[in-house]
Design a binder for this molecule. Structure first.
Ligand code: PLP
Length: 381
């Protein structure tokens, strides 16, 4: 057994089969594996390599720094990053052959200047705000942006490789904003085409849309959470419904197990009191490791063959579970979450206990937790 206090084990065979399952769900589109935020806590580089090997023609990141880190690690395929701020590393991105997103005139000006300095054209994806209200160009400003982009393209400074957008409610089946956003996207595409642009890829689908909205797939789909085997929302059902398997298992080694009498308080604030003589086990993982403090009194853990609950508060480095008198020993394993098929809770169960979404559970696993990647490079499993 692994001797570390707490370990996030990442099954790359699951990532690989998830990529294949998602490709099969969007057969007419290319796949962009979204590996931002350290691949949602799963380790960016091994997940990126695995996704490429399983047929992801594109990778996507939020920040340019993430994209440049992929290039520094040797990735050479198509790669888009979208979260830019003024003064960002546009020139480095252009020189590293990274596709960049542009939502407004300030960004177009910066990328044009960077491409001139780099002496090579920048590949740009123009982003339309079709209703989400984050980045993306508003319909009123779209004619100006597309015309200016076309002009820069005609001058050989940029190439408009993509037109894209992002959905607000794809994870809520039947939400009326979805068809509205798709119609707005079609308008933006028609206007781009009228401005003379001929993008290689049009894309709007996140995981939920890949799973449930074939009409949103266009030329390219951008799944994130589904790559890691997690369903975008409880309303969409469990991942196995789509042939997806959770990749991360979070295990800890019990740091102590001891008998205590009834009426004993547990953890800061003494919010839990043992109901009778019992056994308390100490799990050496806390909110500094990404265990949500909001799951105090409720987070589920598999210890000694049964689900237990966090007793009292989650502290920075540790929490306690009441074994109800069952036997265990220091060094025994506690499984906080995993695929769920060996009786352990899932990230979804933790999300419910903490009042959040499973995205946040896996993404917040802390830097102090070692990631152990299993099955890298076994292309045929
Ligand atoms: C994070 C992100 C995605 C992936 O979203 P999931 O819900 O994890 O599939 C896709 N596109 C953009 C722009 C994103 O920011």
């Amino acid at each position: 057994m692994n001797s570390s206090r707490v370990t996030a084990e990442i099954d790359l065979a699951a990532v690989r089969s998830n990529v294949r399952a998602l490709r099969a769900l969007a057969p007419g589109a290319a796949l962009m594996a979204v590996v931002k935020a350290d691949a949602y806590g799963h380790g960016m580089l091994p997940c990126a390599r695995t996704a490429r090997a399983a047929g992801a023609a594109w990778l996507g990141t939020a920040t340019p720094q993430e994209a440049l880190a992929l290039r520094a690690a040797g990735d050479t395929g198509r790669l888009l990053c979208w979260l830019w701020t003024p003064g960002g590393p546009w020139r480095e991105a252009v020189e590293a052959d990274v596709d960049v997103s542009v939502s407004g005139m300030w960004a177009l000006r910066e990328v044009v200047a960077a491409a001139r300095q780099a002496g090579r054209p920048a590949r740009v994806h123009l982003k339309a705000d079709t209703g989400l209200g984050r980045s993306g160009c508003q319909p009123a400003d779209w004619p100006e942006l597309t015309a200016a982009a076309r002009e820069a393209e005609a001058a050989g400074v940029i190439r408009v490789a993509g037109v894209w957008s992002h959905l607000a409610c794809a994870d809520e089946p039947g939400h009326p904003s979805v068809p509205r956003q798709l119609a707005a996207f079609d308008h933006a595409l028609a206007a781009a085409s009228a401005a003379g642009l001929e993008p290689e890829v049009r894309h709007i689908a996140n995981s939920a849309a890949v799973l449930t909205l074939p009409e949103s797939h266009y030329d390219l789909v951008r799944p994130g959470i589904a790559l890691y085997g997690i369903s975008p929302s409880p309303e969409l059902g469990t991942p196995d419904r789509y042939g997806l398997r959770p990749a991360m298992t979070l295990r800890a080694m019990l740091a102590s197990v001891k008998k205590v009498p009834g009426g004993h308080g547990v953890s800061y604030g003494l919010h839990y009191t043992t109901p009778g003589d019992t056994t308390l086990a100490l799990v050496p993982a806390g909110y500094a490791d990404g265990i949500p403090r909001h799951a105090s009194g409720g987070g589920p853990v598999l210890v000694a063959g049964k689900w237990r609950q966090v007793a009292g508060r989650v502290a920075m480095d540790q929490f306690v579970v009441d074994l109800g008198g069952d036997e265990a020993a220091a060094g025994d394993e506690a499984v906080l979450f995993g695929p769920g098929d060996a009786g352990e809770p899932t990230a979804e169960d933790w999300a419910r206990a903490a009042g959040t979404i499973a995205y946040e559970i896996v993404t917040r696993i802390g830097a102090r937790v070692p990631r152990v990647h299993l099955a890298e490079g076994h292309a045929d499993d």
